[in-house]
Design a binder for this molecule. Structure first.
Ligand SMILES: [Zn+2]
Length: 214
């Protein structure tokens, strides 16, 4: 599942309006340091605003945001493998003074942002539903269980994303319609059922690229 930012006209997009939207993490098990983007974590309440009036059902931000229509469609059609949390989407005419100052500093023109935006939900895909095929030559070279990260080597380079992916057919877990692939980071993968439902209900904002199964 890949973001579609619009063909003739650009779809609406979300922008963070918090000054600090990451968390510095120092792992005391492996000693590694990194920054976790708070928008990608659960229970995060940091707000976004939406630019551009051409609203789509899927909007890629640090996490994927999905519309009420997409939420209802997935629920009615029984799509499995994801969790939702209401996103904090603010109306452009209802920002705090601090948020307005931040927008000014960043050069955002508030008149380009949406007043009374529709509801959006963050979609989380927690399950690894398939393994990459050995043919990809993906090697696990480091991991730490305390924060659950894994480092891979791919084509002799460190990576945390692999696209395109080749999936090992017999590794697929059919419990999930939406899932992640081991070694492919936060990338979201789905069964054909999701693509069919997406097209049937004329949802917008996503592209689908076929994955090779071996
Ligand atoms: Zn660690």
């Amino acid at each position: 599942m890949i973001s579609d930012s619009g063909k003739r006209r650009r779809f609406a997009y979300a922008i963070s309006i918090s000054r600090e939207f990451w968390l510095d993490i120092n792992c005391n098990v492996c000693g590694r340091q990194w920054r976790e983007i708070l928008h990608r974590t659960k229970n995060d309440k940091s707000p976004v605003i939406i630019a551009n009036k051409l609203i789509s059902d899927f909007m890629f931000y640090y996490v994927m945001l999905i519309s009420e229509k997409a939420k209802n469609t997935f629920e009615e059609e029984g799509i499995t493998g994801y969790e939702l949390e209401k996103a904090v989407v603010k109306s452009a005419d209802n920002l705090t003074e601090e948020e307005e100052i931040y927008c000014k500093e960043e050069g955002y023109k508030l008149k380009n942002f949406i007043v009374n935006p529709p509801d959006y939900y963050k979609i989380f895909v927690p399950n690894i539903g398939a393994e990459p095929h050995e043919k990809l030559g993906l090697k696990l070279v480091g991991k730490c269980d305390s924060y659950g990260y894994e480092d891979y080597m791919f084509n002799e380079q460190f990576t945390n994303t692999i696209t395109p992916v080749i999936i090992k057919k017999e590794s697929i877990n059919f419990d999930y319609d939406i899932f992640r692939v081991r070694g492919a980071g936060l990338g979201m993968y789905c069964t054909e059922k999701v693509k069919i439902i997406y097209e049937k209900h004329k949802l917008t904002g996503l592209n689908f690229e076929e994955v090779e199964l071996l």
